[in-house]
Design a protein around this ligand. Structure first.
Ligand code: MSS
Length: 363
């Protein structure tokens, strides 16, 4: 049965064995359920929604879904059907929640106590945003951000900025961004933003706005709380503010998915996943003694591009005993995965190899 509760109806097609249900809107993938074939299958892919997802109605006629484009020479609304005539691009990218690893920090921060499982790697197909911008005459002069708005119905009595899921990313992110209608070969499920989702490769989950209704090229960042004060990295106890770093491009990170807990002595394959955010991951080292000594692992499986994760593997000969197994990734720019992650108020992205380690008993 599902660990910690039952699957919410909008996600009742998930594999219950593979999901840790924190709440109706936060479902984590069990550490080793991401598998070793690079792509995380839809039935085990984690879910994080800030608001309740829209009803099934939105996928009755997917091609009729409308998106407004603003901040271009010729602003207008287009249907998904029309958008599909403008271009087609496929990208493999990781969606990782900003709060992935929150449960590894010592301090109590609000939000789901994710460990490693608020991340997955999927192949997305859709319409390149730059093709749409070009069709509409290009973004207006002075535009510095691409701002995407989610299509959830908002209660009227609340101030829109307080709850709307609207995120701005630097304009250059548009180069790789797509409006995705397919996820791993299937129409994007509602749980993951169908019928249409903004995909900003290499950027934290929150920037990948689901049920996208508006895409605007703007001079300023959105005035939504989620942009202004939410998803800002700051010391514990401080309030969020626009001058603090926003959860945009992801840091270099890796973690082991096998072995976990216990295994038999002899030849043991140690494997896991590694990525570099917007940079390709270049190297992964593995330690079985909690970081005293390291050995280079090999990558296995296809390289699906710089935004996808890579599976690494290291064969080791292990005698019976207790081991602390962990991994450390390096990206193409020489950024090395940190040993530990400094506490930050909302407990965003724990990427330290110290606490991502697993204690393994070899018998
Ligand atoms: N979108 C919308 N519209 N809404 C919401 O809520 N969320 C976020 C994204 N998008 C939302 C959206 C988040 S936050 C995340 S992570 C992501 O999404 C997830 O995804 P999936 O598909 O996995 O569920 Mo954190 O940073």
């Amino acid at each position: 049965d599902a660990q910690g509760g039952s699957l919410p109806s909008y996600a009742d097609w998930k594999n219950p064995e593979a999901m840790v249900i924190h709440t109706e809107l936060t479902l984590e993938t069990v550490r080793d359920a991401i598998g070793t074939s690079v792509v995380t299958s839809n039935d085990v892919f984690f879910i994080r929604n800030n608001l309740n997802p829209p009803s099934e109605e939105v996928v009755q006629d997917r091609d009729a879904w409308e998106v407004s484009f603003e901040g271009v020479a010729n602003p207008r609304t287009m249907t998904l059907g029309e958008l599909k005539t403008l271009g087609l691009e496929t990208v493999a990218t990781i969606i990782q929640c900003s709060g992935n690893g929150r449960g590894l920090f010592d301090h109590d921060a609000s939000g789901a106590p994710w460990r490693t499982g608020a991340a997955g790697c999927a192949v997305w197909s859709g319409v390149p945003v730059r093709a749409v911008a070009e069709e509409l005459g290009g973004s207006v002069d002075g535009a510095r951000f691409m701002t995407s708005t989610g299509g959830e119905e908002l209660p009227e009595e609340v101030n829109r900025d307080e709850i709307v899921v609207e995120r701005s990313v630097p304009l250059e992110a548009m180069e790789n961004a797509i409006l995705a209608f397919e996820m791993n070969g299937a129409p994007v499920p509602i749980a993951h933003g169908g019928p249409l989702r903004m995909i900003v490769p290499g950027y934290y989950g929150i920037n990948n706005v689901k049920y996208v209704r508006t895409v605007a090229f703007t001079e300023e960042e959105s005035t939504a709380d989620i942009q202004v004060s939410g998803y800002r990295v700051r010391p514990v106890g401080e309030s969020g503010a626009p001058d603090q770093p926003s959860m945009w491009d992801m840091k270099v990170k890796s973690w082991v998915i096998h072995p976990l807990m216990e295994t038999t002595s002899g030849r043991v394959l140690i494997y896991g996943v590694a990525f570099g955010g917007t940079n390709p991951v270049e190297r992964v080292e593995v330690s079985t003694d909690g970081g005293e000594t390291w050995e280079d692992a090999e990558f296995t499986g296809p390289d699906l591009g710089r935004f996808a994760w890579r599976v690494f593997v290291l064969p080791a000969e292990l005698e019976p005993g207790d081991y602390t197994v962990t991994s450390r990734a390096t990206d193409s720019q020489g950024n090395v995965q940190e040993q530990t992650t400094e506490p930050n108020h909302r407990a965003y992205d724990y990427a330290g190899w110290d606490r991502l380690a697993v204690g393994v008993t070899v018998v």
